[in-house]
Design a protein around this ligand. Structure first.
Ligand SMILES: Nc1ncnc2c1ncn2[C@@H]1O[C@H](COP(=O)(O)OP(=O)(O)OP(=O)(O)O)[C@@H](O)[C@H]1O
Length: 656
């Protein structure tokens, strides 16, 4: 029995408010407590894993810092805040530290840079600020460093943690700028996305013009050495030559703009697409920022081949925006390209933009990447979804035809599409309430209102109905069910989006597309089916129930394969442990949660034939929701957290 470690753990728990789910009993060995693992001789605590148990507030000094033999510390997905105590530097044997998804703040915890045995450090999705320290170079064994979704600022120092052995690295969505050190250029662009002004491989190269006029010394404290040296070498003559060159280019651009604008005003009534919107935007003095600007500037289209001026009427006909019958919009491609646009997100199939047209209409434009088909195939695909693999324009258009006719309240309607050799655009309604993913996992920390049980159930039933309609009435496989593809309608119902794009990408794009939602057989067959949709939907239900994100990317040491995790917990008869801590505050919902858990587990059966069809899933889910209503038609308890819950959930036989 590790007496000293036990005292440290009890001190920690007594000082940190938490959801009452740990039941650490002071009279039993700490080695038997939930989340605690000891060494084989039971003489010290080896690992402490307390993910998602509702820990709140700061980590107190003099508690965890006393667990000097600790190898693994996981406090992720809680609501811990404030700075980490400096005595964590005592934990010199720590190998894995997972503190992601909290509200921790302050500068980079220097105590952690002293833990020379660290192999994996995850501080992502917190509120850390200030620079990334050079002292990370102390961590010579590091293989994974995750700092994304914080507010780290300044430039990235010349770090090479792990002595070159770093395998995973992410600093996206911070406030970093300056050039990327060569030691980190092997990581993908996504590892650096969403920062202020980073440059250099794998991002576009740093230009001396970009770096030298730093917005303020505090923003770029250390301009990259290479750039400094280069700029010193710029001789006066060269500077003059560049200035003259720039003036000349500016003059030519002006002439070009004037010509374009004149042509446009003469041709406007013909309502033909003309893909020179960026020029118009430039004339209006707007900037081409990466995250917001005019749609035409965001890289959506620029091919001069598509410009009607060079191609005549046939070309114009071929490149028009095709609307579906019964639609509510009346704008043309030119209007769309002039719309102001903002990046909503980058997914596996392309990038989505929120576009606000000049007349005030807001739509979502999805710019598809790497479509494996020509126009004929694209069009055909819109009509015979599922029958074609690599498709051309015809298939694309046919597929669009099918998708455009789906017509169901629980499916986000596709309103129009555009196909040219270089660009494939899809136009959808904009749903401002956002996605289930954002509601479940977004803005953790202070001020967040968790999604209550009634809403979770309603959204899930809506999504199930939408998917069942796709399967039964349209014979369409969705192929990419996940929480960011379940959007909320104005009535807060769940709606399925991103429908049926699979066949446009061939099999090459499949492996990484659906990450933790992917059915096991899809790994081999690379082919989505009705039953693989059911599996993905089951994972989605588990996500709703557990509040955990099925994130394949971080699978390795700590990522969660939700079906397997739930199965292991349920097998040990800890059903209550499975549920999202945010749901534990509602009363009288345990029975319904267990029922939904049973449905979810039947959906994630390994053998596809053992999974139910979506119409069965809908029926069973509707049975739960019928039991949910009271005489007034609304169940009271779920929305009233003040009533609390004892957290005791019946361990009803859930067969994995
Ligand atoms: N019609 C819409 N209205 C509002 N938000 C949307 C709409 N369509 C997509 N979004 C949001 O925009 C973001 C990007 O969506 P997108 O579909 O491009 O990527 P994804 O869902 O993350 O991945 P994938 O491409 O694999 O579906 C997501 O957060 C999504 O919820």
């Amino acid at each position: 029995e590790p007496t000293q470690d036990k005292q440290a753990l009890l001190a920690f728990l007594s000082q940190v408010p938490h959801a009452n789910r740990l039941w650490w009993n002071a009279s039993t060995s700490a080695c038997s407590w939930v989340g605690v693992e000891c060494d084989p001789t039971l003489s010290y605590v080896y690992s402490l894993r307390l993910p998602g148990v509702g820990l709140m507030g700061p980590v107190p000094a003099g508690t965890l810092g006393r667990l000097t033999q600790l190898r693994v510390l996981s406090l992720r997905s809680n609501r811990l805040s404030g700075e980490l105590p400096s005595d964590l530097s005592n934990l010199t044997l720590l190998r894995n530290v997972y503190l992601q998804d909290n509200a921790l703040s302050g500068g980079f915890p220097t105590s952690l840079t002293q833990l020379e045995r660290l192999v994996r450090l995850d501080l992502s999705s917190n509120n850390f600020t200030g620079p990334i320290p050079f002292a990370l170079n102390n961590l010579t064994l590091l293989t994974g460093l995750f700092l994304q979704d914080n507010q780290f600022s300044g430039d990235i120092p010349g770090i090479n943690p792990g002595g070159g052995g770093l395998e995973a690295f992410n600093v996206s969505n911070n406030r970093l700028n300056g050039s990327i050190p060569p030691s980190l250029s092997k990581f993908p662009t996504s590892a650096f996305a969403g920062n202020l002004q980073l440059c250099g491989s794998p991002l576009p190269p740093c230009s001396p013009f970009f770096i030298s006029p730093a917005p303020s010394p505090s923003v770029i404290p250390n301009p990259p050495i290479v750039a400094q040296k280069k700029s010193k070498k710029l001789k006066t003559g060269l500077i003059i030559a560049i200035a003259v060159g720039a003036a000349l280019i500016g003059f030519l651009l002006l002439v070009f703009l004037i010509v374009c604008l004149r042509r446009r005003s003469g041709r406007r009534p013909a309502k033909v697409p003309k893909l020179t919107g960026s020029a118009a935007a430039a004339a209006a003095g707007t900037s081409g920022a990466a995250a917001a600007g005019h749609l035409s500037e965001l890289g959506t289209t620029s091919s001069s081949k598509d410009d009607v001026t060079g191609g005549g009427l046939m070309e114009a006909e071929r490149n028009k925006l095709v609307f579906f019958e019964g639609g509510v919009y009346s704008f043309d491609l030119e209007d769309l390209l002039r719309a102001s646009a903002e990046v909503l997100g980058k997914g596996s199939t392309g990038t989505s933009y929120k576009a606000v047209l000049e007349e005030g209409t807001t739509v979502v434009v999805k710019r598809l990447k790497d479509v494996a088909v020509g126009k004929k195939e694209f069009e055909t695909q819109m009509g015979v979804l599922g029958k074609v693999g690599h498709v051309g324009k015809k298939e694309f258009e046919t597929q669009m035809g099918v998708l455009g006719k789906v017509g169901h309240d629980n499916v986000v309607p596709l309103r129009a599409f555009y196909f040219s050799k270089d660009e494939k655009l899809l136009v959808y309604d904009y749903l401002q309430a956002g996605s289930l993913c954002a509601l479940l996992h977004g803005s953790r920390g202070s001020g967040r209102t968790p999604l209550d049980w009634n809403n979770r159930l309603r959204i899930a039933i809506g999504a199930a109905r939408g998917l069942a309609h796709l399967h039964d009435s349209c014979k369409v496989v969705h192929g990419n069910i996940k929480s960011s593809n379940i959007l909320l309608g104005p009535d807060q119902s769940g709606r399925v989006s991103d429908v049926g794009l699979n066949p446009l990408f061939g099999t090459a794009a499949m492996p990484n597309r659906v990450a933790g939602y992917r059915a096991p057989e899809v790994v081999e067959t690379r082919k989505a089916s009705f039953k693989s949709d059911v599996y993905s939907f089951g994972v989605l239900l588990l996500e709703l129930l557990t509040g955990k994100s099925p994130n394949q990317a971080s699978l390795g040491d700590e990522g969660i394969d939700l079906p397997r995790w739930v199965q292991s917990v349920v097998r040990e008869e800890w059903t209550a442990e499975v549920f999202d801590v945010d749901l534990m505050r509602y009363q009288n919902i345990e029975e319904e949660m267990v029922q939904l858990l049973q449905i979810a587990m039947s959906c994630v059966a390994i053998v596809p034939d053992q999974r139910p069809n979506m119409d069965e899933v809908v029926r069973k889910m509707e049975e739960i929701s019928r039991g949910e209503t009271t005489d007034e038609g609304l169940r009271q308890s779920s929305d009233d957290p003040s009533k609390g819950s004892d957290g005791q959930t019946p361990t009803v036989g859930v067969t994995p």
